[in-house]
Design a protein around this ligand. Structure first.
Ligand code: 6PG
Length: 247
């Protein structure tokens, strides 16, 4: 799998380059299948994305975007912990993506994580299994991921049994070490079938875990992302990469 690691001098430069890459990915996706499917993480990612996307929103064909969440906390959609709320406040509310093409978790199922995960998988199937054709796994045009200090990504945490999930598209957990404990998450097979996976990690606090993943190839959850046919990018800043030898 090809892997490209970028280190930018600032978050501003990172965000501008990320925007350019998303524009190219959008144009390629539209030429191929007339829509652009994107999965987003929570954390600091939506703010960084907003910095790039909202600087030139007119460049994008928003009516062709379909947004899913790489992981979501099982809380009401207007809760302070909701990744959907975070993404809306950061940029989704300011761009004209049709509401029917933004896919939050079912708010009626936040107290039933197993049902919420199953429902989310059905939401994915409705978009990715077009015309009744069966697909083994969805192929996102782009999955945008963050990474925690323990190396987690999505809600795939070190040593968690969900790391071995190889059937389901969406799983749930009730024991997330990062609060809140109850979440749903895309699984590795879905992440690894994407056309493009982009990690975004900034700031000196990411140095130790980046050393473990990029320099020492430790199999932490983020380090195990390995697109089968796609391309993997790491968008980092100088603060995060200062101690790395591989960039
Ligand atoms: C979540 C996130 C999670 C996040 C990382 C990185 O809902 O908790 O999706 O996987 O992306 O923890 O977060 P930061 O970007 O804030 O470091």
């Amino acid at each position: 799998m090809p892997r490209t690691v970028y280190a930018f001098p600032s978050t501003e430069t990172l965000a501008a380059n990320l925007r350019d890459q998303l524009l190219r990915a959008q144009d390629e996706a539209l030429a191929k299948h007339d829509r652009f499917t994107v999965a987003l993480s929570g954390g600091s990612l939506p703010q960084t994305l907003a910095q790039g996307l909202l600087a030139h929103p007119e460049s994008f064909q928003w009516d062709k975007w379909h947004i899913f969440y790489a992981d979501e906390r099982c809380v009401p959609l207007d809760h302070a912990d909701s990744n959907h709320r975070l993404a809306r406040e950061a940029f989704l509310d300011r761009v004209p993506i049709p509401t029917s093409q933004i896919h939050p978790i079912n708010p009626d199922l936040v107290d039933q994580p197993a049902a919420a995960a199953e429902d989310y998988q059905h939401q994915l199937m409705r978009v990715f299994a077009l015309k009744g054709a069966a697909v083994r796994f969805p192929v996102f045009d782009v999955i945008l991921l963050g990474m925690g200090p323990d190396g987690h990504t999505c809600s795939l945490f070190p040593n968690h049994p969900l790391l071995d999930e190889d059937e389901k598209w969406v799983s749930y957990l009730t024991d997330s070490p990062k609060p809140p404990p109850t979440r749903i998450t895309l699984t590795y097979p879905v992440v690894n079938h994407a056309h493009t996976v982009i990690f975004v990690a900034t700031g000196a606090s990411k140095q130790p875990v980046l050393e473990r993943i990029l320099d020492r190839n430790e199999p932490l959850p983020a380090g195990r992302v390995n697109p089968i046919h796609g391309h993997l990018y790491w968008y980092l800043d100088d603060a995060a990469t200062a101690t790395l030898t591989q960039t």
